[in-house]
Unconditional design. Sequence first.
Length: 341
Amino acid sequence: MNEAFLRACHGEAVRPVPVWLMRQAGRYLPAYQELRKKIDFLTLCKTPELAAKVTIQPVDILGVDAAILFSDILIPLECMGIGLDFHEGRGPVLNPPVRTEQDIERLYPIDPDTDVSFVLETIRILRKELSGKVPLIGFSGAPFTLATYMIEGGTSKTFVNTKRMLFESPHLFSRLMDLLSEVVLSYIEAQIKAGVQAIQVFDTWAGILTREDYERYALPYVTRIIKRVKGSGVPFIYFVFNGGHVLEIIRDSGAEVIGLDWRTDIKTAISILGSDTVVQGNLDPCALFLPENELKTRVDSLLRQGLEAKAHIFNLGHGILPEIPHEKARLLVELVHGLSS
């Protein structure tokens, strides 16, 4: 099996540099588009054979060094007693939103073996299908990010309901975060038991917080989870989107790998995190629209910056866009491997 990704997670400066792409199993791939013409997103997530098929597509098409489970960070929330639906052009809708003490009281923890058995079965299928190929990454949303979706009822531009609860009713927010922390922990532990070889936790919306609020209302819950899974031997990747202003605080999270978005260059990030840090990232997803020679220059620059870290895993600074030609994604993987070899 190609273990370059796992070796890098554990701090080894691997050559060539391993690469995978966030949202690599998804809408930019023609094979995925054909499948989605026949089946809706949630059904695809909940059908293990199909979810496994979609997970493997970019491994075969792009030549990436790791597969990431095809699912969605909101899947466990439906099991807590909140309605979940996905609308084209609008995104996820959670109903009813969670904004009062009564709303929190109607929620409950999950039993992964029964509530998300389809996710665990997908993992078991993938471990067989990926045997001798590449490692499998499992994932979850971070408690704060999941809380925003529950409180807002979906995505938001202002997150006014989230911040209102956080500031007006911190005791309610704490109750919700405690519950979500246990849900995320049990979900991650079940994925590890089923066979994932690394875990990435997405804190997509923690970047909306000030440094003070991030340190108080988001990081402690992630740190709690990391401490609980430390003994598993499975590396933990923590990614805060738009989190350049809290990197100094993220440094103390306990995660083996720190994911970076494209707003903070790798060299600056390493100066904050320290040269003993493993970093992942961080090409601007839109840079894949560049002509080949200019894309090559960007990739080479990021790889050179990554030399200052303990180890570097190449990735985008966020998910790959649906508009990107899959040939460009394959070219990116080839460039990373070729330039870093």
